[in-house]
Design a protein around this ligand. Structure first.
Ligand code: PA5
Ligand code: NI
Length: 188
């Protein structure tokens, strides 16, 4: 059902929306097949299955012509050396999207099937996802990374696309920051 014109309260310190729909929580067990080191992933699932990220959305429906928004918070961490991240998805009908960095240090990894792009996301950065670019968010800092997403209500989420084609690059924790590497395991 459509919603009337309304005010949505954004609490910057808490990273919450009000009114909001139910919060979506993604634990390590929800991220099967995404980290390159499957053994490290299994160990993390067995070892407490931590919350990796959560998403809170306003009451604006995900329907054509609506313009819903949500706030994602990714916890700091790494698994097998790979920074914690969202599952990542492609919009089936290739609509664009914008993100706004709220707190913490993260990045927006985008892949169009050929080229990979990385946008550093700090508070105040607007990251633009053009039509046709699959996208994943990564926390590269030591504190929670939060951002606002605003997207066409009919955009949808194709998670299978990322399982099949990847995101072009992986984002690895380094002593002095971030390193990028190939997405699929190299034969050794
Ligand atoms: O619309 C978006 O792109 C975001 O709100 C994401 O859905 C959110 O960050 C969670 O990521 P994912 O949907 O890839 O699990
Ligand atoms: Ni999206």
């Amino acid at each position: 059902l459509p919603v009337p014109p309304m005010s949505i309260r954004f609490d910057q310190a808490a990273g919450t929306l009000s009114p909001a729909g139910p919060e979506l929580t993604r634990r390590m067990s929800d991220l099967e097949g995404l980290f390159l080191d499957q053994n490290a992933w299994r160990t993390a699932v067995a070892d407490g299955d931590p919350i990796v990220y959560s998403v809170v959305s306003s009451l604006v429906p995900e329907a054509d012509r609506e313009l819903p928004q949500s706030i994602t918070t990714i916890q700091p961490g790494s698994t097998g050396g790979e920074f914690w991240m969202t599952k990542g998805h492609q919009h089936p009908n290739h609509q664009g999207e914008i993100y706004l960095g709220i707190s913490g240090r993260g990045g927006l990894l985008m892949f169009d099937g050929t080229d990979t792009r990385w946008v550093d996301m700090t508070p105040g950065t607007i990251g633009y996802i053009p039509p046709g670019w699959a996208h994943r968010s990564v926390n590269v800092g030591g504190k929670p990374y939060s951002f606002l997403a605003v997207y066409p209500g009919g955009a949808g989420h194709d998670y299978g696309w990322v399982l099949e084609y990847g995101l072009g690059q992986r984002v690895w924790r380094q002593d002095d920051g971030v390193a990028f590497g190939g997405y699929f395991a190299e034969a050794s």
